[in-house]
Design a binder for this molecule. Structure first.
Ligand SMILES: NC(=O)c1ccc[n+]([C@@H]2O[C@H](COP(=O)([O-])OP(=O)(O)OC[C@H]3O[C@@H](n4cnc5c(N)ncnc54)[C@H](OP(=O)(O)O)[C@@H]3O)[C@@H](O)[C@H]2O)c1
Length: 199
């Protein structure tokens, strides 16, 4: 598995710290050239490599950590998303009407046709997500949901390898609705900083 984080702001950097902590290679990219991101990537750890957006999108699994409205631009940067896993770490504080009545991740999935979209790593403030997820033997919970059932397990494995305790919520409009923001209202699981003793 190869991993990329698109968007190297607060959430992208928080996740890069998680990869660096476990020495799992990850590419990071934004609209800026890789030379501009490289010093910060290097400072986070040697496993974090800045690349161009085009090169980063060659990874099997891509974490979207861009402002919600930018997801379409990222989607356009590649002609086919077939076979890719896209992890949506974004929160959209716009109304369901603006998204055709869909939850935000279902709306995002429409732009990444052919990809397996999993929502995850979106429910905590970046500063919390950046810290070590293993505290006193407990593992910080991350929630995962997807309409593509088989896509959740590999993302759950990644979350475990990063030290988190994944909790699978099922489909986006079922359990996944609990981790979505809509109409400027946060889903009830957003901001819940929970720990599980056993992975
Ligand atoms: N901040 C939080 O605590 C938090 C918590 C949970 C979820 N989230 C979600 O995470 C996402 C990112 O939030 P953030 O706070 O990390 O934002 P941020 O600090 O503003 O970072 C956004 C990053 O996206 C990059 N970017 C913007 N447009 C892009 C494009 N078209 N292609 C590639 N890269 C692009 C920006 O870099 P360039 O300008 O160099 O392109 C920047 O690195 C949002 O959807 C937010 O809802 C944030």
């Amino acid at each position: 598995m190869s991993y990329a984080i698109v968007g190297f702001g607060k959430i992208g950097q928080a996740l890069a710290h998680a990869f660096a902590r476990k020495n799992i290679d990850v590419t990071v990219a934004s609209r800026r050239p890789p030379e501009e991101l490289a010093p910060l990537a290097r400072a986070i750890g040697p496993a974090v490599i800045a690349k161009s957006l085009e090169d980063a999108l060659k990874a099997d699994t891509i974490i979207l950590a861009v402002p919600f409205g930018e997801h379409r631009e990222v989607a356009k940067a590649q002609s086919s998303w077939k076979g890719k896993t896209v992890i949506d770490a974004m929160n959209a504080l716009v109304s369901p009407e603006e998204m055709g009545g869909l939850l935000s991740s279902a709306f995002v999935a429409k732009s990444f046709s052919g990809a397996k979209l999993v929502k995850g790593f979106n429910h905590l403030p970046a500063a919390t997500l950046a810290t070590d997820p293993i505290v006193e033997g407990g593992h910080r919970v991350v929630f995962l949901s997807s309409d593509v059932e088989e896509a959740i397990a590999p993302v759950a494995d990644l979350a475990k390898n990063l030290g988190f305790a994944p909790v699978k919520l099922g489909k986006l409009n079922e359990g996944g609705a609990l981790m979505h923001a809509r109409d400027r209202i946060w889903g009830p699981l957003i901001f819940q900083d929970l720990f599980r003793k056993e992975q």
